[in-house]
Design a protein around this ligand. Structure first.
Ligand code: ZN
Length: 675
């Protein structure tokens, strides 16, 4: 698979147009210049997936207690935001509880490659800087406690501790020897203590400025060392609230190693106003993206890392540095050479970002994230819409329209496949074949609608476009339950219409797996015909079965599984585009004019006359005369006037040009395939 984009962000800098080749979940090549791509991104840029090293939860899920189902929600929710690697973080708790969290995280890690391990934030923290951590569970990093941490196994990847605690320096050395990185945090340490900890092997600093000794111009404290000691990578909460935007700008300008984190809690990724229990009391997600207690105090961060990148840029950090802070910097700090960068050999965690830094499509290890987990993208419920029915009507309307915009962006990436399908269908029709649509429910009705509309619009003969609807024509008006599973009905319908090698069939289904439609595609292909599939999920059986697949990955619907919504809208647009493009290739139009239109009523006769006049510049009298002479056929009348031909000669020349007015005007007697 090759994905091309107008720009690539490789991990440090942006490049000119290029492409990424992916095989077996890994990047195999980076290509610059013109390249034939399977997926051609028309705007924005392609970047490595984001990496969040400090994340307590999101999408309603608390990492410390997550069930397997909750891990699925958490990981797929983050992936939808472009976060393809995460270090789940557990705050101070009894070591036995943390050991249980470690076991659950380890099991989740086996199922989700996005999980990097576990970050223990505590319990070895300074009581004076404990923040929301409970004092009763704080511990000293003595030999017994560190032994308990080491017994949790390799899943523990990072431990945050306060270096001024007795035994801390020895603990740092032991953890490092076991392959566990150490971050300094929740600390009142002075600068020399911070430097001693770095010398002992600490490599990160947890949420710089928050819960640590202050930066004073004569006492640099933890922040002063974090931002200047080359042995340390400072992590900063990028929400612009925990650290003011001005200080974020200063920190990222001062320290090229600075890392953006969220420190998010379970309310992150939900809609503003969402309330969840956290730390024994309700927390509300405020409009600034922070968790608020009932008294208005800040209880935790509530953004996902893509929003953090946007807020860093809003604070004045350059886009390249803000993206590096969320990709290559955390990868380097945690020694993850195959993440956070677009380079051969790296995991194919890719994010297509819009130019304003919103993730449009995400691949995890080369797989579009919506297909990595069940249910499929179009069937997924969006956790942030849990209160949809409680929202204001205008907000509901806006929610639907925003989703439709996302669906249209998905369509843009399907353009090359749609063009290939249009060319192939036009070639079949030009050679005397027919176009069949097959579908069930909304998808089938949309195919039906397109077939019916093409008749009068383009003046095509009956039977050129044949819609096959599961449950038959009656199913257009009355839903036919069960018809979508009837594979034999699809085969029978093709037999009835004598479908053959000269014909084309386009199957339409949001799921990409509707049995009726899948059977139609497989049977049509077995008969030697051209087959296409228009689907709204990635990696579907229909796309696999068809010769030309047009996947339009519109994602989760506002109402879960209601694919008549944005999936249906995208199908309607795809079919309009497909049939109109085919008709243009067949010479049914001349410029923007529908010159093959049937002038069957007074309104259409007036339109036909206006068209002849606009194309030829003739007056009303000459236009009417020519139209009358050739049975109200716009193409013929225009050719008669422009080339001063009698009706019979004009008709003959049109026939020789295969019905193309443009070719007939240039007297080209070609009727080969589409241009
Ligand atoms: Zn903390």
């Amino acid at each position: 698979m090759i994905i091309s984009a107008p720009r690539l962000f490789l991990g440090e800098n942006f490049t000119p147009p290029g492409a990424v080749a992916v095989e077996n979940g890994r990047i195999t090549r980076i290509i610059f210049g013109d390249v034939e791509a399977d997926i051609h991104l028309t705007h924005g840029f392609l970047a490595p997936g984001l990496i969040d090293l400090h994340n307590n939860g999101a999408f309603g899920v608390d990492c410390a207690s997550a069930t397997p189902e909750e891990w699925d929600i958490f990981i797929s929710g983050l992936a939808a935001r472009g976060v393809t690697s995460v270090l789940p973080t557990a705050i101070t708790a009894p070591l036995a509880d943390l050991a249980a969290t470690a076991q659950r995280t380890k099991a989740a890690q086996a199922r989700h490659g996005a999980i990097l391990g576990l970050h223990l934030e505590g319990p070895f923290l300074a009581p004076s800087k404990r923040g929301a951590h409970l004092a009763e569970f704080l511990r000293l990093p003595d030999d017994a406690a560190i032994a308990e941490v080491l017994e949790m196994g390799g899943v523990v990847r990072l431990v945050t501790l306060a270096p001024e605690l007795p035994g801390a320096l020895a603990a740092i050395a032991k953890l490092r020897a076991a392959g566990i990185a150490v971050a300094l945090g929740h600390t009142d340490a002075d600068a020399p203590t911070m430097r001693n900890a770095a010398a002992a092997g600490a490599t990160l600093v947890t949420h710089v400025f928050n819960a640590q000794s202050p930066l004073h111009h004569r006492a640099p404290g933890a922040p002063g060392v974090a931002l200047t000691d080359p042995r340390l990578s400072p992590c900063l909460i990028a929400d612009g609230v925990h650290v003011a935007p001005e200080l974020l700008a200063i920190a990222f300008a001062a320290c090229p190693r600075a890392i953006a984190v969220t420190d998010s809690i379970r309310i992150a990724g939900l809609e503003p106003g969402a309330v969840r229990e956290f730390g024994g009391a309700p927390v509300t997600l405020g409009h600034q993206g922070v968790g608020l207690r009932a008294d208005g105090t800040i209880a935790g961060a509530g953004i996902t890392l893509d929003e953090g990148v946007r807020r860093l840029i809003a604070a004045g950090v350059t886009p390249a540095l803000a993206l590096a802070a969320a990709t290559s910097r955390p990868a380097q700090a945690l020694n993850l050479p195959d993440r956070g960068t677009l380079t051969p050999g790296a995991r194919a965690d890719l994010v297509w970002f819009s130019d304003d830094l919103h993730p449009l499509r995400v691949w995890t290890a080369g797989v579009t994230h919506s297909t990595a987990t069940k249910p499929r993208g179009t069937e997924t419920a969006r956790p942030e819409l849990a209160n949809l029915d409680e929202r204001g009507t205008l907000e509901i309307v806006q929610t639907f329209l925003t989703q439709e915009q996302a669906a249209q962006r998905a369509l843009a990436t399907a353009a090359p496949a749609l063009a290939r399908l249009a060319n192939a269908v036009a070639a079949k029709l030009q050679a005397g074949g027919r176009l069949f649509y097959a579908g069930a429910g909304t998808s089938g009705r949309l195919g039906f609608l397109d077939a019916v509309e093409c008749g009068p619009t383009f003046g095509i003969e009956d039977g050129l476009i044949i819609p096959l609807l599961a449950g038959g024509t009656e199913a257009f008006i009355k839903a036919a339950e069960g018809a979508e599973d009837d594979e034999q009905a699809a085969i029978t319908a093709l037999t009835t219409h004598h479908f053959g090698a000269g014909d084309a069939l386009v199957g339409i289904a949001a799921s990409g797996s509707t049995p009726y439609t899948l059977a139609a595609i497989r049977h049509a292909r077995a008969l030697g015909g051209l087959t296409g599939a228009i689907v709204n999920n990635a990696g579907t059986p229909m796309a696999e079965a068809a010769e030309i697949a047009v996947p339009i990955v519109t994602g989760a619907e506002v109402i879960a599984g209601s694919t008549r919504l944005s999936a249906g809208s995208s199908q309607k647009i795809a079919l309009n585009t497909l049939s109109s493009t085919v008709m243009i290739r067949l010479g049914k139009t001349y410029g923007p004019y529908m010159v093959d239109m049937r002038a069957t009523n007074a309104k259409l006769r007036r339109r036909a006359l206006a068209m002849v006049q606009q194309i030829t510049g003739a007056n009303e009298y000459d236009g009417t005369l020519a139209l009358t002479a050739c049975g109200m056929h716009v193409k013929c009348a225009a050719l008669m006037i422009l080339r001063h031909l009698p009706a019979e000669q004009a008709q003959a020349r049109l026939a020789a040009a295969n019905g193309s007015l443009r070719r007939a005007l240039h007297n080209q007697e070609v009727n080969t395939g589409p241009a």
